[in-house]
Ligand binder design. Structure first.
Ligand code: MTE
Ligand code: MO
Length: 316
């Protein structure tokens, strides 16, 4: 057992509707002369760099030893900043994660364009130490800082038509120079079922190691879905859309035989070109033994029931 089993979300962690003001409500409030106290925790903004204050520890964390800050921030996959593992750190300076806005669209009552500062409220931040298991059969342990994605999505009041959630990152070749080459069809695209998106293990990360997320890790905000291959954890998100049908996803579009929509970590379903039974822990050195890959990356007790009745060999 790699993670402790936490209680369901504590009432204190749930943002009450009144704590949250979206841009339109805020504007309406300002027009009506409602003042926001500048020093209330709800008014605090996510910092653009440096330490993140008051980050709670999460019972969902693994007790494995995290990789070094160096490993986490210099061995990356972020095709918009280059296809080599060291390219994202080298090209990170081009990306400008402030100001940043996010468009929420589709099957929800509360859609619109939101500033990052209205979107992520820092008083909810938690540290989640999760394994990141790449489809390339390497892994890392990363102390992410984030907010359960479900807590964010609930505020937009998805309707009963919202069966899936689709995500897209920024498209801006001056900031993401890898987009000058068609290594993938831009924008990068990812999606989750609504149940996966609302699952308490799924987070929107804004930091790592207690600090604001470096650009190469997907600043200012990226998904982390710990039971799925790393490519589901899409970086530098600007668009979130509630969908009725399964959305197209980048790796499936580029190699449909190799990458499916679900992409659950599964040691029993090999990639057509290599085994997924074991993994190499980054930073372990040349002679470190390979680690057995766990079904659902070790989170099976929490998430396996999401796939009851689904043939995981077919829906890989
Ligand atoms: N926008 C975007 N997000 C992305 C990718 C990408 O190329 N572009 N690569 C994915 C892959 S394959 C992995 S393994 C993880 C790596 O996250 P990390 O660099 O923070 O470890 O990011 C994922 N998110
Ligand atoms: Mo990956």
């Amino acid at each position: 057992m790699l993670i402790k089993r936490p209680d369901p979300i504590r009432p204190s962690e749930i943002t009450s509707e009144s704590n949250y003001l979206n841009r339109r409500q805020l504007m309406a409030g300002l027009a009506a002369g409602i003042a926001l106290p500048a020093c209330s925790p709800q008014a605090a903004e996510l910092p653009a760099e440096g330490e993140l204050a008051n980050v709670a520890k999460s019972p969902y964390s693994t007790d494995e030893t995290p990789n070094s800050y160096e490993d986490v921030t210099t061995y990356n996959n972020f095709y918009e900043l280059g296809t080599g593992k060291s390219d994202p750190a080298r090209n990170a300076q081009y990306l400008k994660p402030r100001p940043w806005s996010i468009e929420v669209s589709g099957a929800a009552e509360n859609t619109g364009t939101f500033d990052l500062e209205d979107f992520i409220k820092p008083h909810q931040l938690e540290e989640r130490i999760y394994r990141l298991r790449c489809v390339e059969a390497w892994s890392m342990v990363v102390p992410w800082v984030g907010i359960p994605l479900g807590d964010i999505l609930k505020r937009f009041k998805p309707t009963s038509d919202a069966k899936y959630v689709a995500f897209k990152p920024l498209v801006a070749p001056e900031q993401l120079p890898g987009q000058r080459y068609r290594t993938l069809a831009w924008p990068y695209r990812e999606g989750l079922t609504i149940a996966e998106a609302m699952h308490p293990l799924t987070i929107m990360a804004v930091g790592v190691y207690g600090r604001v997320l470096p650009n190469q890790n997907g600043a200012p905000m990226r998904l982390v879905v710990p039971w799925k291959y790393g490519f589901k954890s899409i970086k530098s998100i600007v668009s979130i859309s509630f969908e009725r049908n399964e959305p197209a996803t980048s790796w499936n579009m580029s190699q449909p035989r190799e990458y499916g929509f679900y992409a659950n970590v599964n040691p029993e379903v090999d990639h057509p070109r290599w085994s997924q039974a074991t993994e190499r822990r980054i930073g372990g050195g040349l002679f470190a033994p390979r680690i057995d890959t766990q079904p659902f990356n070790g989170y099976g007790q929490e998430v396996a029931s999401l796939y009851d009745g689904l043939d995981l060999r077919r829906y890989f």
